[in-house]
Design a protein around this ligand. Structure first.
Ligand SMILES: *Cc1c(COP(=O)(O)O)cnc(C)c1O
Length: 368
């Protein structure tokens, strides 16, 4: 928390308007839409809820398929299953670790020939960096497949000067506790399509029809954000730039300390925009580094420093066994070698030095 959140939370208490909805929610939607350059924004209880509503609005259901990045968090994929559809996992490229545009193009071309195109593509922007949106959007437009952007991890990033999440039919963001800004829990659905946001807003409010009594013609959900949490979001949004700067400082310090270590490669920053470095991530080539990722992780853990492997790709997850995968070796290799270093925006120089000292000591112990 920055301290700025308190005034908005206080206003909610002072007006006794804590839930549901209220002035903070309306203002948070407007301020967030302006910040990312989205025409319409809908504040929700989570990013996962935002994805679910986007799929529901598009009418995706049993028998349908949705192509989705394989290297991601399960929350990108679970909503596909909520609506009864099947995921098809698309591998990463190496410039940004995000969905490979050429693989997607090949897959959609093949499916177009077979007259069984997927009903949507969910494109994930990982670890604070945008995917290569332009070719992916062009491919989706060529085949008339809606593009949903999962920008949960990429708030504050840019692609050709514009926020990821604002290129496709809909975009989603998350304010979960681990994200670059947080409302403790929350999410946002954005779109340039007013009808999409209006429908999602209705679905998120138990699908109540506009009538004095309670009238329902479709199944709804309880997915709105409370007025208290939206107050936290308003304060957090004001420090987004500072948070991005702090995360990029973490990265720069780690890179300065470890950039010369043989076999250690930081996640690249692709030429198309700003990487927030929400998390500082790297890969370790055991042959060159002298030790593998897990050895480094355990050495950090022995010093009471938590680091984590990258996302385990969805095509390797037991729960998604049996679904189609297009490629997968790039994401699998990133998972085998990849590590997320401690990346909190409140890390001190001393914290980072503790981390880099352990990583270097592993390499020294390996005789490199
Ligand atoms: C966090 C996250 C989500 C889900 O957001 P919640 O607000 O936690 O539901 C979705 N996709 C990705 C890639 C995420 O990292």
């Amino acid at each position: 928390m920055s301290g700025l959140e308190q005034q908005y939370v206080q206003a909610a208490f002072a007006s006794n308007w804590v839930a549901p909805l209220g002035p903070n929610v309306d203002a948070f939607e407007a301020e967030f839409g302006a910040a990312v350059g989205a025409l319409y924004a809908l504040a929700l209880s989570s990013g996962t809820a935002a994805l679910h509503l986007a799929l529901l609005h598009l009418g995706i259901g049993p028998g349908d398929e949705v192509a989705v990045s394989t290297l991601t968090f399960a929350a990108s994929v679970n909503p596909i299953l909520y609506v009864g559809a099947r995921p098809v996992f698309i591998d990463s490229e190496t410039a940004s670790w995000n969905m490979d545009p050429e693989l997607l193009a090949g897959f959609l071309a093949e499916r177009a020939r077979q007259k069984r195109l997927p009903q949507a593509v969910i494109l994930v922007h990982l670890y604070g960096q945008s995917a290569d949106i332009a070719p992916i959007l062009a491919t989706c437009q060529q085949y008339g497949v809606p593009l949903i952007e999962d920008a949960a991890e990429a708030l504050g990033a840019t692609y050709q000067g514009q926020s990821p999440g604002t290129f496709g039919t809909a975009g989603i963001f998350s304010f979960n506790g681990n994200k670059i800004i947080t409302t403790s829990g929350g999410g946002m659905l954005v779109s340039a399509d007013k009808a999409l946001i209006d429908h999602a807003r209705k679905l998120a409010t138990q699908a109540r029809e506009p009538a004095a009594h309670y009238e329902h013609t479709e199944i709804g959900y309880n997915y709105r954000l409370s007025n208290v949490l939206a107050g936290i979001g308003r304060g957090q949004l004001q420090v987004l730039g500072e948070r991005v700067a702090a995360c990029r400082r973490n990265f720069a310090a780690y890179q300065a300390a470890l950039g010369e270590c043989p076999g250690l490669t930081f996640m690249p920053e692709a030429p198309w925009g700003c990487h927030t470095r929400w998390l500082t991530t790297l890969t370790i080539d055991p042959a060159q580094f002298g030790a593998d990722r897990e050895t480094v992780r355990l050495a950090l853990e022995a010093e009471n420093i938590e680091s984590r492997p990258l996302w385990k790709p969805m095509h390797l997850q037991p729960v998604f066994a049996g679904y189609e995968s297009v490629g997968g070796a790039v994401a699998a290799k990133l998972f085998a070698d990849g590590l997320c270093l401690p990346s909190g925006s409140d890390l001190t120089e001393a914290d980072r030095e503790r981390v880099t000292a352990v990583v270097r000591s592993v390499q020294t112990a390996a005789g490199r």
